[in-house]
Write a protein that binds this ligand. Sequence first.
Ligand code: FCB
Length: 444
Amino acid sequence: MSPLSINDFPEHFTWGVATSAFQIEGAADADGKGPSIWDDFCRVPGVIADASDGRQACEHYQRWADDLDLVADLGVDAYRFSISWPRVQPLGSGAFNEAGFAFYERLVDGMLARGLKPFLTLNHWDLPSALQARGGWENRDTVQCFVDYACEVARRLGDRVTSICTHNEPWVIAVLGHESGIFAPGIKSRAAAIQVAHHLFLSHGLALSAMRAQGCKADMGIVLNLAPINAATDAEADQAAARRADGGGLRWYVEPLLKGEYPADVLQELGADAPRILPGDMASIQVPLDFLGVNYYMRSVVSAGEPWDLKTSGNEITDMGWEVYPQGLTELLLRLHRDYTLPPIFITENGAAFPDEVINQQVHDSQRQRYIARHIAATLEAMRQGVRVDGYFVWSLLDNFEWSSGYAKRFGIVRVDYDTQARSLKDSALWYRNFLTSKRKPGN
Ligand code: FCB
């Protein structure tokens, strides 16, 4: 394989790093911010591995200017961040919080001043608690609340941001939040999860239409976590299990958005758990996307019987217990390209947690560096085979609050010392910067 070079990517390709509000901001009740379902969830005993919470996190709310300097210093084009809904609208409906909006105005203006393109996400999971008290995403009324919130954000920031993503990973909100219950709000019901997914799709479509009707010109789309789903063996039972998993995990999320329909086989299997769909919903969901964000971490291997044993793959495993499988990203992109009419794709998250070794302030995270390089190469391979990919974002800029894993799992290319809040570039960040700055200047 020839060495990876940024010059193999088209000139317009966007390179970035990503974070989300709850995972880095801290300042959980500063300046009028309301509580979110993640603030509440962290108080439930036993649900966060290290019993931590997001109250302080990376203190990004205070340290945002230094953090943006770091982003700019990496040489990336863009920064993907999210807005904490309860920071700008404490109850999720009604009054907006000026101090909250002032923070994001400073942040967005700070990006522009540093030549960074703002990629904004409206919902990276921290729903206002007041809405959860009324049923949260299970309640259809939350759809209109989200549309109102989206329109207000677009009105204030829409002329300054490059792109607006409605939801980050509806599958996680639906399934981990409402079926397995290991994420906020911790509900355990398949019917709830299915209804939640429907309301997320609906609110996405309605928000896009409403923001566009208001004249917002930012690129608009959604971010899905997707994986190729491989059967553990050729046996018919394993193949059938993989088809079912693909139906529930990929087609259920892609097809309403791109085809305006749910996959019939999955609907049938859901039986009484099928969503309540009102006339017009599917047309509202299927609005044209300016982009589809894909978050990729690993493939999924499915078997009918015993759970598949990761160790038998022989591949490296990250600190999350996730298999390193870069060719899965190529497979996934080719499959999406083959089966659907796609808008431009952005890899909106890709990265890995590894237990970092710190020697004399230096973090030699060669596994993370290799992980990122191999997945950039896998993206390029799909592009060579005809898939249009317009950008790639590393998850994550900083070590941060990794949801139910707390602070123990580190995804940052920048290390955070949680005692002092000092940031230091890991080797992976130095590598990324070196990769990005080796770009041939036009005309050379
Ligand atoms: C994704 C989330 C992101 C982060 C990574 C590791 O599912 O979008 O916030 O937790 O996983």
